[in-house]
Design a protein around this ligand. Structure first.
Ligand SMILES: NC(=O)c1ccc[n+]([C@@H]2O[C@H](COP(=O)([O-])OP(=O)(O)OC[C@H]3O[C@@H](n4cnc5c(N)ncnc54)[C@H](O)[C@@H]3O)[C@@H](O)[C@H]2O)c1
Length: 254
């Protein structure tokens, strides 16, 4: 075996010395992503609206030898985003990777029951929140002609499952990412999407897992999504941009 070649391949996956911000990393997919990235050598900014969860994620990363700091950050509030990005640059020097993971499910109900206020609430977190964060990090990435932006959408954005307002928001970030990939590609910034299928976090309902098991032999864990997000954040995926990867056990194909 040519060990030089395998070392180079491994290096492509490494996040050594990379600086990553993962939104909504207090729980679920974001937490698994922050931990996986730290294991691969990244310095991680953990941020979320749940301060206790932020603390716990940071503690778990540092206890296992990784490097992480945490901040309260609401992605609908540009002032907390600015504080988070500034703190990340102060502590770690830059931002290489942004994972837009924070999201909210919609309140269930039919049109007529779900009102415009609820639609706007979901869009404000899942679409405007993603825009807010990208807007805050792009100048840093542009200046060094390097950046990886990965946004967590959902299968709902492709096949319309979940609530309609959630599906609308998750479709919107796929379009936004494709548009930004076209704008930012020449500046060394890759913009991609992970669209998870049903994943075992508090956001999914138990009945959804039973349905998945009727179609596939296993249910997704947060780490299954973290692996796809981490791949799209590494130099292994340097020729991916404007793409949607959907780990969903073959539930839907596009
Ligand atoms: N679990 C699934 O089956 C599934 C499927 C498809 C997509 N997703 C998407 O994956 C992402 C992560 O969800 P999860 O399943 O890990 O759920 P989760 O509830 O475990 O994690 C979501 C995190 O986002 C945080 N958050 C919510 N609003 C925020 C805001 N305004 N600012 C900052 N943080 C905020 C929450 O506090 C929480 O820690 C979401 O975007 C979700 O839509 C999940």
């Amino acid at each position: 075996m040519n060990t030089n070649v395998s070392k180079k391949i491994y290096d492509f996956f490494s996040l050594h010395e990379k600086v990553a911000i993962v939104t909504g990393s207090g729980n679920g997919i974001g937490k698994a992503t922050a931990k996986m990235m730290a294991e691969l050598g990244a310095k991680v900014m953990v941020c979320d609206i749940e301060e206790d969860s932020v603390k716990k994620t940071v503690e778990e990363i540092t206890a296992s030898g990784g490097v992480a700091i945490g901040m309260y950050c609401d992605i609908t509030d540009v002032s907390t985003i600015k504080k988070t990005v500034d703190k990340c640059v102060d502590e770690f020097g830059t931002v290489d990777i942004l994972v837009n993971n924070a999201g909210t499910p919609g309140r269930s109900g039919e049109i007529g029951v779900v009102d415009r206020e609820e639609l706007e609430r979901v869009l404000n977190v899942n679409v405007t929140g993603v825009f807010n964060f990208i807007n805050a990090v792009v100048p840093i990435m542009r200046a060094k002609k390097y950046g990886k932006i990965v946004t967590v959408s959902s299968g709902a954005g492709v096949i319309g499952t979940g609530t309609f307002q959630y599906a609308a928001s998750k479709a919107a970030v796929i379009g936004m990412s494709k548009g930004l990939a076209r704008q930012l590609g020449r500046e060394g910034i890759n913009v991609n999407v992970v669209a998870p299928g049903v994943t075992r976090t508090r956001m999914a309902d138990d009945w959804e897992f039973e349905e998945v098991l009727e179609r596939f032999y296993l249910v997704a864990e947060p780490e299954d999504m973290a692996a796809a997000i981490t791949f799209l954040s590494s130099d292994c995926s340097r020729y991916f941009s404007g793409q949607v990867i959907s780990p969903n056990g073959g539930d839907y194909m596009f």
